[in-house]
Design a protein around this ligand. Structure first.
Ligand SMILES: NC(=O)c1ccc[n+]([C@@H]2O[C@H](COP(=O)([O-])OP(=O)(O)OC[C@H]3O[C@@H](n4cnc5c(N)ncnc54)[C@H](OP(=O)(O)O)[C@@H]3O)[C@@H](O)[C@H]2O)c1
Length: 393
């Protein structure tokens, strides 16, 4: 087992370092207040605010990206917006509506390059040009072949458009947009796989117990708070009856990840606790219709995809999720399904939570051909080994 470095210090209860906030107070919901307060560092603060706006709608926009947009004129904010749920206006259009006439001559700061295509809504590039916006700065170029090229379209229309030269802000935007960016690149959501093990590679806890300690389990809840869905297999539901919700860490009370269960036979107990949380149950071709109907009656949404006797094809199961509002997944299965996901190259980031310290045997073949060691952190008495696909947030 190789690791890139050991972070020492206080136990991380949040999975990400804190980010700075805009230096101005967000009197931004009052674009009618004129003049709005000037900005100390206009583009940077506007970018931080756009990032915060995008994060505020994370989990509500799939399959569209959760984007934020701020409009500046003469150093003051004249409008802001975030992507509405799919079918609604994109962030740029929300901000333009808020700004009204004050968008003329403004600079739009967005977390993602404005789209140049007509989907369920019109192209944002046209809305920006029509509103008389003078300049556009974005943190991440749009990789979507259907919608890309917004910067060039804007420049052709006489708008001073281009990426903002701020690598740290761009890295945060890539992290926030990782679900959308992974979807464009692979056709499936971003997948973070977590597996707990003891030092000898054992992954099955004693009945009713846990392998790892409180701090590592709090980290899992912090990971859950960052994703649209938490995924397990049918055997884990039968063995552990998990709820798969966020508890014990600060989180947005209105946002809980949706449970997703992969199962061949749809054989889940009608009393399973996660059935009360509107789970998506993904079944293979062999699942009996009567069992599926019973799960629907118990509160689940059942999705049937291709597969074999083992269950739904994991790639097909994941590819079905964005249509159900899922762009980011925390996979928390047992070792069997975890190995399947890894072998099928469906994992972007993996965490091994090793009870009691450095492992003698790893429960999964990590690092591997796709995932390289990125972090090795002490979390209470346990260790978290993190592996990432190079180039992925
Ligand atoms: N250490 C940890 O982090 C951790 C986490 C979760 C669970 N566990 C433990 O792990 C044990 C269960 O392990 P597990 O690996 O069987 O977990 P699992 O998470 O239930 O995954 C296996 C199940 O996934 C379903 N499945 C669907 N498609 C599949 C496919 N293509 N290939 C394989 N499985 C597919 C099957 O459900 P059906 O049988 O319904 O068809 C299968 O039983 C339990 O004892 C649990 O307590 C440990």
């Amino acid at each position: 087992m190789r690791a890139a470095g050991v972070a020492r210090g206080p136990v991380p209860t949040s999975i990400r370092p804190p980010r700075p906030s805009p230096t101005w107070s967000p009197a931004l919901h009052a674009p009618a207040v004129d003049p709005a307060p000037p900005l100390a560092d206009g583009l940077r603060d506007a970018s931080l605010r756009a990032l915060a706006l995008g994060r505020s709608v994370a989990g509500t926009t799939a399959p569209n990206p959760a984007v934020g947009c701020v409009l500046l004129r003469d150093g003051a904010v004249v409008g802001e917006g975030a992507t509405a749920p799919a079918g609604g206006p994109h962030a740029e259009v929300v901000a333009l509506r808020a700004a009204g006439d004050r968008a003329v001559g403004a600079t739009a700061v967005t977390t993602l390059e404005p789209c140049a295509h007509t989907g369920r809504t019109g192209p944002c590039t046209a809305a920006l040009v029509d509103a008389g916006v003078a300049a556009v700065r974005y943190l991440v170029p749009d990789p979507n072949p259907v919608a890309a090229g917004g910067g060039a379209v804007l420049r052709a229309a006489g708008v001073d458009a281009g990426p903002l030269d701020a690598p740290d802000l761009a890295a945060w935007a890539v992290e926030d947009l990782r679900g959308f960016l992974t979807l464009v690149a692979t056709g499936r959501p971003h997948v973070l796989l977590k597996l707990a093990q003891d030092r000898d590679g054992g992954t099955v806890p004693s009945p009713g117990g846990y392998l790892t300690g409180t701090a590592a389990r709090r980290r899992v809840h912090a990971l859950r708070a960052e994703v649209d869905a938490v995924l397990v297999g049918g055997a884990t539901v039968r063995a552990d009856d998990p709820r798969l919700d966020v508890r014990d860490v600060p989180h947005d009370a209105g946002r809980q990840p949706r449970p997703v269960v992969l199962t061949a036979g749809a054989d889940l107990p009608p009393t399973a606790r996660l059935l009360g949380r509107r789970p998506l149950v993904v079944v293979g071709p062999g699942a009996e219709p009567a069992r599926c109907a019973a799960l629907v009656a118990a509160g689940a949404e059942v999705v049937r995809v291709d597969g074999g006797p083992e269950g739904p094809d994991p790639a097909a199961a994941l590819a079905a999720l964005p249509a159900h509002g899922v762009l980011t997944v925390l996979a928390e299965p047992g070792s069997r399904l975890a190995a399947r996901l890894l072998a099928a190259d469906l994992v972007d980031v993996a965490e091994l939570h090793v009870a009691g310290g450095t492992p003698r045997t790893a429960a999964l073949p990590l690092p591997g051909p796709r995932l390289v060691a990125a972090d090795d952190v002490a979390v209470g008495p346990d260790r978290v080994l993190r592996f990432v696909r190079p180039g992925v947030a």
